[in-house]
Design a protein around this ligand. Sequence first.
Ligand code: HEM
Length: 398
Amino acid sequence: MINQKSTERSTMEIVKSPYSFYEEIRSIHPVYKGSFLKYPGWYVTGYQEALTILKDNRFQTRIPLPETTKKYEVLKNIQNDMMLFKNPPEHARLRMLVSHKFTPARIEKYRPFIEKIAINLWNEIKHKKKIDVISEFAFPFASLVIAKIIGIPDNDKNIFREWAWSLIQSIDLTRSRRAIVNGNKTTLEMLSFFKDLIQKRRQSPQDDLISELLYQEKDRKLTEEELLATTILLVIAGHETTVNLISNSLYCFLTNPKEYDKLVENPSLIESAIEECLRYESPTQMIARVASEDVELNNVHIKKGEHVYVLIGAANRDSKQFSNADVFDITRTPNPHLAFGSGIHFCIGSALARREAQIAIQTLLQNTENIYLETKEVEWRKLVGFRAMKEMHVHFDD
Ligand code: HEM
């Protein structure tokens, strides 16, 4: 039986300082039974335990939205059609339809257009000498890249920012009922937008993901609802976390000047540097699961139906797995972080996200001198499942 010391933390305390909170509950037990933000369940902070759970299909995705009401029925239905919320065997069918578009080899082919997007954006903003990295660089960059892959016209991409914010808010544990109802409204807007676009692609197919999925729909490999859900999932997943990886990475460099200098002196460290950013300030901090049967794990007994919150941001700072876990070290090898999850739901976009972050950080660091944060006290968004800054103002000379 675990010694259940009380650990009372407000949401804002957790958001401001998640790593000391993780350490506190890990010191009680790496699989801690408790209740945070009114969600009772098992909070997993140990690396090995997190990995075991993510690879074990007895822990199923996903904790459904609270009881169905008409107020968020559309959001619930669309979630039910997303691979992220599916379990075997249906999960593999949906995943297979798009995974080939995101393999490392395919992403390598996208590299020239990703680099071009980064440099064009940079040329538009470099004269400013002071920017909000999130709204003026990371967000338009990630939007243009995913929009091109999926097949969304350039002039429509700006609407994604509000959609992404609203949907992320509706799935985070901090969500209020209002956030869920808002998520429902956003889903309705997205459905109307994508139904329209799909109609256009039916009439004149292009070389993009939507047109390819339409062929598969014709072959009855997926329904129209699943096609819409897959497109919406890719747009949201492709934006939000990638934007946060780019801004969190820059934040890591600007607050760790020695590692910044190391990378500027040796640009070939970019790949291991981004892996370290993924570990150190993981854009996704939590993955939720439900036990589909009773499971014994590290001396605890998890009962069927209990909720399990895998804190990957904590697992990535577990000193049993990573030496000097709280030190940001861009030469760290090996670095088997869990920032993209593990098991059957391992992030489909990992190769794309890695490449985008490498290109974005290289573009910023190679083209600026004397880049610094306006204030070290950045404001983190009120989310516990994601690590995301509200804004990130930097000054630079080009
Ligand atoms: C830094 C950027 C990213 C991070 C940190 C991230 C993180 C994750 C994590 C942790 C999961 C597993 C969720 C779970 O097990 O419940 C996941 C799944 C997923 N991600 Fe990402 N992601 C990123 C970028 C992307 C991009 C760019 C795309 C789209 C192209 C994408 C598409 C997906 C999809 C479709 C899934 C669901 C896979 C499945 O259910 O089989 N992600 N991501």
